[in-house]
Design a protein around this ligand. Structure first.
Ligand SMILES: [Zn+2]
Length: 297
């Protein structure tokens, strides 16, 4: 288990062990902190026939089946874009009979906020009156998009993001090469995204990003060329620019109105490109043009 989620896991496990666990949990927390892995591991714990107060035994039939990915009482719903009503109905059907291993039954719904209204409504009755010894784990990073009727039938479990130092220590166990300290700060509270970025072999690296900015501010590259180089990953690079500007503002001894203004523009740009139909490269180009003028002041 990820160190920053250990306490939450132990608290829930203890409640399961003493039969005080709510049957529907809403596992809520930001992206990149390990909610998916947490839900799977907790499901294994719930299904385990010989669990101790804080971990699954790893040896019983249930644990072995779970490890093999073939536990008959473990079900998952996930979708690339939207969870349709048929997926929910199928899942409910699977939960309706008695457990095949005479233990608990578990259903995990990943990205639960992507349920359509019909899907959510189809789930309501099961959330209210589940079959016995059935546990539903709804996972989300956008709880505000869930219907209030869903939220009110679940117990909300807030999953904490790690601190910067927790991320730093964890990263040492996952990645051998040195990492730019600023980059670690950028993803301090989303360590799984950080690791994923480090493992990416394609696309713009943080090092290349900083080099590009340096060239931009020393007029070695023009904004439209840089925007074109970065056009495949505009949203990510805009969020990097927002972070970089924030760091730059913080580093200055005195407040620079120009930098402050640029930081505000970056925040707006990050939001603007989320809207459909926006010319993202144009938004990026505009911000880069403004950044290219920093040195001239
Ligand atoms: Zn077990």
């Amino acid at each position: 288990m990820y160190p920053w989620l250990t306490t939450t896991f132990q608290q829930l496990a203890k409640r399961k062990h003493t039969n005080k666990l709510h049957h529907a949990l809403l596992l809520q927390g930001s992206l990149g902190i390990g909610k998916t892995e947490f839900a799977k591991e907790f499901a294994s714990y719930v299904l385990c026939a010989k669990s101790s107060p804080d971990h699954a035994c790893g040896e019983c039939q249930s644990c072995l089946l779970q490890r093999a990915g073939s536990h008959p009482d473990f079900h998952e719903v996930l979708s690339e874009k939207q969870i349709g009503v048929d997926q929910i109905r199928d899942a409910i059907k699977k939960l309706s009979g008695s457990a095949q291993l005479s233990g608990a039954k578990v259903l995990i719904i990943y990205a639960a906020h992507t349920m359509t209204e019909a899907s959510a409504n189809a789930l309501l009755k099961t959330l209210e009156e589940p079959t016995s010894n059935t546990f539903l784990l709804l996972v989300t990073d956008k709880a505000e998009r869930l219907l209030p009727t869903i939220i009110s039938r679940c117990e909300r479990i807030l999953m904490p993001p790690p601190s910067l130092s927790q991320t730093q220590s964890w990263l040492l166990t996952q990645w051998q090469d040195p990492v730019d300290e600023e980059f670690v700060q950028l993803y301090a509270h989303a360590p799984l995204i950080l690791l994923d970025e480090l493992q990416q072999e394609q696309g713009v690296s943080y090092e290349a990003f900083k080099q590009g900015l340096q060239q931009l501010m020393t007029q070695q590259i023009n904004p439209s060329k840089l925007a074109a180089d970065w056009q495949e990953q505009v949203e990510k690079l805009l969020s990097w620019l927002q972070f970089w500007l924030h760091q730059t503002v913080k580093k200055r001894a005195s407040l620079s109105p120009q930098l402050w203004q640029l930081h505000q523009e970056a925040i707006k740009a990050v939001k603007r490109v989320r809207n459909p139909g926006v010319n993202k490269v144009l938004v990026l180009n505009q911000l880069l043009s403004d950044i290219s003028l920093i040195k001239n002041q």
